[in-house]
Design a protein around this ligand. Structure first.
Ligand code: KG4
Ligand code: ZN
Length: 334
């Protein structure tokens, strides 16, 4: 089954075709980063207008090598995200579903991030004999670390989630973005901090919020400590970036592994833009007592292949949406 995925929840206009929930046939992402960078963050009105301009060329490119007759269904992100941005994707998806008489399914962006773990990281040309399906074992613990969320979810089967931890203030990606702004490193902050940290040493002791007895996270105290550090001293930016990154990685890895032990999961699944961070990936792989799955870096950040993969499992479970599908900007998971 080939599913066309559409993603417009934030500042990436994306479309992809994925076969059987794992083989990427095409994966097109038009980033608006350059447009928003001058404002230091995403401007919602600008984002939705840009999606309108870009969505049709992006979809055309995604289906350029697949005849429409071979597309079996459409999956679209309907939340969480920016209302005006989500509306563009959802309405285009509904229009195509109606015109082509294809089944439609609305996908939760957070669930889609998790399903990036089912995607074959190789390109469309590569053939793969084993299904990713056989590689993921339930129950697993999913850590979603994106610009808007830091959630720990226990996944017991396809579409079955129980939230066991969340951030009490800033999301991990948001913390990276704010830290980069404090250090004058630009937007988006994650890659900028990672780059700066690579030439620094984590020599500055920064606080970690362990929140003992809970699987929740908190990053606002760390952000404030970094602000005082940046405004008060002679610390080189690279060292401050390395110290900040280490503090975030320490907390995410330690607390996730603690939860993995408690819930006796088979695996840990990482996802979301922050999971592209090399230090985080390496620490997880080195320290986890259970196998850790992590998508390729370009499949951690927003894309539509993960939406198509997630949509495939919705279709398998008979979950389709009607033409009354609406955006839910504050949608949660678990
Ligand atoms: O998942 P994503 O692309 O969009 C949301 O759903 O939010 O995540 C974007 C977030 C941004 O905050 C960005 O700074 C962060 O992921 N990010 C990173 C890295 N790449 C992206 N954070 C740390 N290290 C990275 N390499
Ligand atoms: Zn995302």
């Amino acid at each position: 089954m080939k599913v066309l995925g559409i993603e417009t929840s934030c500042d990436e206009t994306a479309a992809a075709v994925v076969e059987d929930g794992h083989r990427i046939v095409s994966n097109v992402v038009a980033s608006q980063i350059d447009i928003h960078a001058r404002y230091g963050g995403v401007v919602p009105e600008v984002a939705s207008r840009q999606h309108i301009l870009t969505i049709l060329p992006v979809i055309k490119q995604a289906v350029s090598e697949v005849p429409w007759e071979e597309i079996d269904g459409i999956a679209v992100t309907y939340g969480p995200g920016l209302a005006g941005s989500l509306l563009v994707g959802v309405n285009v998806a509904k229009a195509i579903a109606l015109a082509r008489n294809l089944p439609l399914t609305g996908v939760n962006h957070l669930e889609a991030h998790i399903y990036a773990n089912w995607l074959d990281p190789a390109s469309s040309k590569a053939k793969r004999t084993s299904r990713r399906d056989s590689e993921v074992r339930f129950p697993c613990l999913c850590l979603i670390v994106s610009g808007g969320h830091s959630d720990l979810l226990l996944m017991t089967g396809h579409g079955q989630f129980e939230k066991v931890g969340r951030t009490r203030d800033d999301a991990a990606g948001e913390a990276f973005d704010k830290a980069a702004r404090i250090l004058g490193l630009g937007y988006p902050g994650g890659p900028a901090i990672e780059q700066a940290a690579s030439s620094g040493t984590p020599s500055v002791p920064l606080p970690r919020a362990w929140l003992k007895g809970s699987h929740d996270f908190s990053f606002s105290g760390l952000k404030t400590a970094l602000w005082h550090l940046a405004h008060g001293g002679e610390i080189p930016v690279a060292d401050a970036a390395a110290s900040f990154q280490l503090a975030v990685v320490d907390v995410l890895v330690t607390k996730t592994i603690e939860a993995a032990r408690k819930f006796k999961v088979e695996q840990i699944l990482l996802s979301g833009g922050v999971a592209a961070n090399k230090a985080l990936r390496e620490r997880f792989l080195a320290n986890s007592p259970v196998p850790v799955l992590v998508p390729s870096p370009h499949l951690c950040t927003d894309n539509a292949a993960m939406v198509a993969a997630c949509g495939y499992y919705h279709f398998q479970a008979g979950q389709t949406s009607g033409y009354d599908l609406d955006v839910v900007p504050s949608l949660s998971l678990g």
